[in-house]
Design a protein around this ligand. Structure first.
Ligand code: ADP
Ligand code: MG
Ligand code: MG
Length: 892
């Protein structure tokens, strides 16, 4: 028969590549165990067991026995039984998913303690205070997470006892105080849940395991996954790990550390340590931590051991790692490691550092960064010498320059940002309940906590500006204000925070371009002193990408200025020049004349007036892109876009009538507007259809392109124009327009004596075009996929309407994880693109293929376009570096 599925793995049975099954935490604990590092023994229940439970409402039948077998083995190994009265084995029950979701799910420590075993623990450790402290922590954590008791009730009770005993912090409470606290906590549990705190250790374990499974689906976990684009069906693993104790006195403690600075990438010792404490205390910011470097003075042996382990981990994982550790009476234990989250700048620096150290090669380096991070590095920042009024300085936890109105709670952050305000969320410290507010805010400011605090870790993950631990700032969330010395910031006052320097300013501080943009613009050179390590790293990574990528990158640009900028950013041509922008401004009246023309003569006159202007535009554009292809799209939008608004015009005409003031032109305009009015203009008279029904319009545009190309050639330039026909649905449309164009081009060639090798091609942006691409390729020398319109027409979505109306609901229901207008829908729109490429190339092997929608600059979409074998992507000038990098990553 079939072998029963294995649901539980001992730490010795797993490894780091089993993250899908064991979660990141379980997989990496196994990896460290097998590396021979000091990890307290334990085992991990798979994500598959979690999914069975979440789908069916009960644990898989075999799970209980399997847990029993692994627990037995653990107990034999440790020489004590779970919750044994005279010497209890205690365990932690820990969540851990494939992708890190810091603090979003549950973990319960000290499972196995009871009224009986608390005495045994006191006896064995020789420390009564410690035993009661551990027990009260269990009831508190178990009560809040497993039994669903409001955590504030425990905190209030703790505060009251501290107050009564005049204890400044929890370490000042003695055994007797803590024993009394345990009684209070137990009463809270029975009052709130109607049952006593469970005394059976195995029952505690089973309930904790189930509660960790359930924590996969809390609101905050769901929100975090949506934000981080983590699939909702992965489930969490549950790791059961024998306890070690950092709360056994001053020679014990707990800490978190990075092998490098996650903000700058610099190698060294970065972390926080807390003496006489248990894990959660560090991140919760209950007492103030000390920098890890101070551990050296307290316990040199453990410190040296830790440094050696960090080095081992870096070499083994070949990347920055973050770790959680505990020291129990001078003995160091590793409780977690993972490849650490980092800022965008650090990602680039670390990748190149690791290449230099010979730990990774260039292709691997490219996998360590991404386009979203590069985009983030291109955001503006505060000027060095900004004159803002300094309120204080905290830790530069996540870079960027954020300006907004001060708000002191998540609810207000969400509310204000919904009404279009930019806000800075200011808290003493954040916790997972603040997540939604953090997402809504421009930036996050806290007065407590270090680089590893909740605010810092989450903000870095989201790429959001964050300053934390600004201790000079007194944050009073109740009164919604913050004071810095004598200065008071009330809710709604503008503040500016600099996540790169940690500085906090009152008012709005002006921003300057980032050094990375200065570099791309050619105003700063790699290697120059002021460029710094970041520019150096970006420069090198771009070179790695450019050497590898197969996709060429072009720009969407309509004028010479954009074209020049695009070129500096590395554009290899223009993939989309929209000519409609050349019809706006003062030329609008000429377009009006064209639309209003009653006779051929009037129309020719209007077109004749536009011709030299268009030609001049193209001459400038071809000059700016000399030697590189420029794809010019003939007029695409519905004509009503060039006419006055129908309501405005109606009012104007009505008012004029009332004054008996007859304006002939306005009347004719109004008639035209009425005539051109369409219910669905996006599906109406536009694109190639304009060329077919308005005689001479496309011919004029083609003539302007041809004459401009001829002029550039005569001026010893190298123009490479490509003429693109939009919104074609059938090859017949294309043939008619193409034949007309060829006549015009031949005429210009004769008149100027210049040979004009102008390519003629089409956009593929209607489903019918994609489906008949094989026929269309007969008449087209190139295809450019217009994925915006293609997405609209394939889904039947109006881009201008749906994003504001029902997309949020679609995202919430998980119908898609990201808008199909942002990232190409591989299965639908993508499938059409793929088959159109194949059909087109079957007809015409040399067919040039590109894409010019918004998707051309979207990282994930770029990978798709690489896969289907396009020749180039085209995107807005500012996105070009991102597209280059992603095209390189796709090929690496
Ligand atoms: P999270 O995923 O939120 O980081 P963890 O499961 O890592 O949750 O637990 C949080 C902290 O609890 C750990 O950093 C560690 O300090 C402490 N902890 C967990 N398991 C143990 C254990 N077996 N012994 C001692 N401390 C533990
Ligand atoms: Mg952890
Ligand atoms: Mg289009």
């Amino acid at each position: 028969g079939e072998r029963a599925e294995k649901y539980v793995y001992d730490f010795t049975e797993g490894n780091k590549d089993m993250k899908g099954l064991l979660g990141g935490k379980g997989a990496n604990l196994a990896e460290m165990t097998n590396l021979g590092l000091p990890v307290p023994p334990g085992f991990t229940i798979t994500t598959r067991a979690c999914n069975v439970y979440l789908d069916s409402g009960t644990e898989p039948a075999a799970l209980r026995d399997e847990v029993s077998a692994h627990l037995d083995a653990l107990e034999r190994r440790m020489g004590k039984r779970l919750g044994q009265s005279d010497d209890p084995l205690l365990v932690s029950v820990r969540s851990g998913a494939k992708f890190s979701m810091p603090g979003m799910m549950d973990t319960v420590l000290n499972v196995g303690l009871s009224d009986h075993s608390v005495a045994g623990l006191a006896e064995q450790s020789g420390d009564e205070r410690f035993a009661w402290d551990s027990y009260r922590r269990l009831i508190q954590m178990f009560g809040a997470t497993v039994l669903g008791v409001d955590g504030h009730l425990f905190e209030e009770a703790l505060d009251e006892v501290k107050h009564a005993e005049q204890a400044a912090t929890d370490v000042d409470l003695d055994a007797g105080d803590l024993e009394k606290l345990v009684e209070r906590f137990k009463r809270i549990v029975s009052d709130e849940t109607g049952r006593d705190f469970p005394q059976d250790p195995r029952e505690q374990l089973d309930l904790a395991i189930r509660s960790v499974f359930d924590s996969w689906n809390t609101d905050r976990a769901k929100l975090y996954r949506r934000q981080e684009r983590i699939p909702g069906d992965l489930g969490t693993a549950v790791t059961v790990c024998s306890m070690v104790f950092g709360n056994l006195g001053p020679d014990s403690g707990t800490g978190v550390a990075f092998t490098r600075d996650p903000a700058s990438g610099h190698q060294g010792v970065y972390g926080d340590y807390l003496q006489n404490a248990q894990g959660e205390d560090v991140v919760a910011g209950i007492r103030n931590t000390v920098p890890l470097a101070e551990l050296e003075a307290v316990d040199k042996t453990s410190y040296d051991r830790l440094m050696a382990i960090m080095e081992t981990l870096e070499t083994h994982y070949r990347d920055l790692c973050d770790i959680e550790f505990t020291i129990e009476r001078g003995q160091l234990w590793m409780l977690q490691t993972r490849v650490g989250k980092r800022t965008a700048g650090a990602a680039f620096r670390i990748a190149t550092q690791l290449v230099d150290q010979g730990l990774i090669d260039e292709s691997e380096a490219l996998q360590r960064v991404n386009g979203a991070q590069l985009a983030q590095l291109m955001f503006p920042r505060f000027a060095e010498d900004s004159k803002g009024e300094l309120l204080g300085r905290g830790i530069a936890a996540s870079p960027g320059a954020a300006v907004g109105k001060a708000v002191f709670d998540s609810y207000t952050a969400i509310k204000w940002s919904r009404s279009g305000e930019k806000v800075i969320l200011i808290r003493r410290e954040t916790n997972p309940d603040d997540l939604e507010g953090m997402i809504a805010a421009e930036g996050i400011l806290t007065s407590r906590g270090g680089k590893t605090s909740h605010a810092a870790v989450v903000a870095r993950g989201m790429g959001k500006t964050c300053v934390c631990g600004a201790e000079e700032l007194e944050v009073d969330t109740k009164r919604r204000r913050m004071t810095a010395g004598s200065l008071v910031i009330e809710e709604g006052d503008v503040v500016s925070i600099d996540g790169s320097t940690g500085k906090v300013y009152r008012g709005e501080v002006p921003v300057v371009p980032s050094p990375v943009v200065e570099y791309f613009e050619g105003r700063m050179h790699a290697g120059a002193e002021e460029a710094g390590e970041l520019v150096e790293a970006v420069h090198r990574m771009m070179a790695y990408a450019d050497r590898r990528r197969r996709l060429r990158v072009r720009a969407n640009a309509d004028n010479a200025e954009d074209a020049l900028r695009a070129r500096r950013f590395g554009a290899q041509g223009i993939g989309l020049c929209r000519t409609e922008h050349m019809f706006l401004g003062e030329r609008r009246t000429m377009v009006e004349k064209l639309i209003l023309a009653d006779t051929d003569e009037e129309r020719d006159q209007a077109l004749g007036a536009l011709l030299p202007l268009q030609k001049k535009d193209f001459v400038e554009l071809f000059e700016a892109m000399d030697g590189l292809p420029v794809t010019v799209r003939l007029l695409d939008p519905p004509l009503h876009e060039f006419l006055p608004d129908i309501t405005e015009l109606s009012v104007r005409v009505a008012l004029a009538e009332a004054r008996q003031d007859h304006n002939e032109n306005d009347l004719r305009l109004l008639q035209a507007v009425h005539k051109l009015h369409e219910q669905n203009p996006m599906l109406g008279l536009r694109g190639v259809r304009l060329g077919l029904v308005i005689p001479g319009l496309f011919a004029m545009q083609v003539r302007a392109i041809a004459e401009a190309a001829a002029a550039r050639t005569l001026a010893k330039g190298d123009p490479r124009a490509e003429i693109m026909i939009p919104l074609v649905g059938t090859v017949q449309e294309l043939e008619i327009v193409r034949d007309e164009a060829l006549l015009v081009i031949a005429e210009v060639e004769r008149a100027t004596g210049v040979g004009l090798p102008l390519a003629l091609g089409t956009m593929i942006e209607l489903p019918r075009a994609a489906l008949t691409a094989g026929q269309i390729a007969e008449a087209a020398e190139f295809f450019s996929f217009g994925t915006n319109d293609l997405t609209q027409t394939v889904w039947g979505f109006s881009r201008d309407d749906v994003e504001a109306s029902f997309f949020t609901a679609y995202l919430e229901k998980g119908i898609f994880g990201v808008s199909p207008f942002e990232t190409i829908d591989r299965d639908g729109v993508g499938a059409l693109v793929r088959s159109a490429c194949e059909a087109g190339r079957a007809t015409r092997p040399g067919l040039k293929l590109g894409v010019c929608g918004e998707h051309g600059g979207d990282p994930e979409s770029v990978h798709f376009f690489h896969e289907v074998g396009l020749d180039y992507v085209s995107c807005s000038p500012f996105r070009i570096p991102v597209a280059r990098l992603e095209a390189g990553r796709a090929a690496a």
